[in-house]
Ligand binder design. Structure first.
Ligand SMILES: [Ca+2]
Ligand SMILES: [Ca+2]
Length: 372
């Protein structure tokens, strides 16, 4: 099951408050394709599947009762409209019509086990030429991001995408891969249409399709869409206004300080460049199996914090098993500057970036991700 490394395309939005986050129940969704394949998403995974023209599927909701869960409901939206709802699990509904589908629930700890899409038969894919800087690996001397994770062979290809082209990871120079991008934190409201696309970020800021190295493509009708970009240990950002997307590639350059983004200080401005804020080391750690001991991410309360509950500084310590002078090499979310090693003290440590970016001169300041 793949998670993370995603790019998010968000359609017409109306917002509502998240509810009942204290519910400890868990939800999952299984999609049974009519060709016999199944895909499963648990509470923490961010699904990304496309059913092709002619496909159909049965969507099955599963639910484990927790405490503080009042009247949990499962829901299914198509193109932003609620088409099914009912008491939590098990429940299943068949889907065949092309469009965006989003699953979710109320009275559950998370609204969205996921979204998926049955592609239009007639429209050409939308093309998006997206670009972004991550401050963590950015090197002002070269004007590029470092690719230490790729050089060390730490980026798990299968984690990024089952379809990733391995040859892309052999490219060096300005178009070498820095890391995968995950989707923006899915806004916690059921009326959001959100198609999530995996992307690979290159040293020069360009975001490419992992499967072929080309521009990101979305199976969706031409129209105006909000575009968001996110990374596993940087805060996501979203355009303030919808962007017209079509089969002709549209450039959305999050590096450009002139691009209006949603919220306040969604990106870090340094000179003439805009960066995604680094330091979001905090996550939910869910080992998948002894072989796939990677991280998954919750989609609530993304923030940078140095002290207090769920702070990012402690997450580095946890990664180092509380050895403040320890180091851990590999692909960890605690490796905020993305040099391939999680480090709490000393030169090039990952802790200082958090303190520098929490949004104030005091360590108790908190910087919130700017998404609806
Ligand atoms: Ca955090
Ligand atoms: Ca590091």
């Amino acid at each position: 099951m793949k998670t993370a490394a995603l790019f998010c395309l968000i359609g017409v939005i109306s917002f509502s408050e998240a509810q009942a986050k204290e519910c400890t129940g868990s939800a999952s969704v299984t999609v049974h394709r009519d060709n016999g394949e199944t895909e499963y998403w648990d509470t923490y995974t961010n699904p990304n599947i496309v059913l092709l023209p002619g496909d159909s599927a049965t969507v099955v909701f599963n639910y484990q009762q927790g405490v503080y869960c009042t009247d949990p409901q499962f829901m299914l939206w198509k193109d932003g409209e609620l088409i099914h709802s009912g008491p939590a699990g098990p429940a299943s509904w068949d889907v065949t019509a092309p469009g965006f589908y989003q699953t979710g629930g109320s009275g559950l700890p998370y609204y969205g086990p996921g979204a998926f899409f049955i592609s239009q038969t007639a429209s050409a894919p939308l093309l998006l030429n997206a670009k972004a800087w991550l401050e963590g690996p950015f090197d002002p001397d070269t004007g590029l991001m470092r690719d230490d994770l790729r050089v060390a062979g730490y980026i798990p290809h299968s984690y990024l995408s089952a379809l990733a082209d391995d040859a892309l990871f052999d490219v060096t120079g300005p178009t070498a891969i820095v890391d995968g991008l995950r989707g923006a934190s899915a806004p916690e409201m059921p009326t959001t249409i959100c198609q999530i696309k995996q992307g690979l970020l290159l040293r020069n800021g360009k975001i490419i399709d992992p499967s072929n190295g080309g521009q990101l493509s979305f199976n969706a009708p031409p129209g105006n869409y909000y575009v968001a970009v996110g990374h596993r240990n940087h805060l996501s950002a979203m355009t303030q206004l919808p962007v017209a997307l079509s089969a002709q590639a549209t450039t959305v350059d999050f590096r450009d300080v002139g691009l209006a983004t949603y919220g306040t200080e969604a990106r870090k401005i340094v000179g003439n460049s805009a960066f995604l804020w680094p330091g979001n080391a905090g996550c939910t750690y869910v080992p998948r199996s002894p072989e796939q001991n990677y991280e998954t991410i919750t989609y609530t309360s993304e923030k940078l914090s140095y002290t207090g509950a769920d702070n990012d500084r402690d997450r580095i310590l946890l990664t180092l098993f509380s050895y403040t002078t320890g180091t851990l090499f590999g692909y960890t979310r605690a490796d905020v500057n993305m040099d391939g090693v999680a480090k709490y003290t000393g030169a090039h440590n990952d802790r200082d970036l958090i303190l520098q970016n929490v949004g104030g001169l005091v360590p108790t300041a908190v910087r919130l991700e700017q998404l609806p």
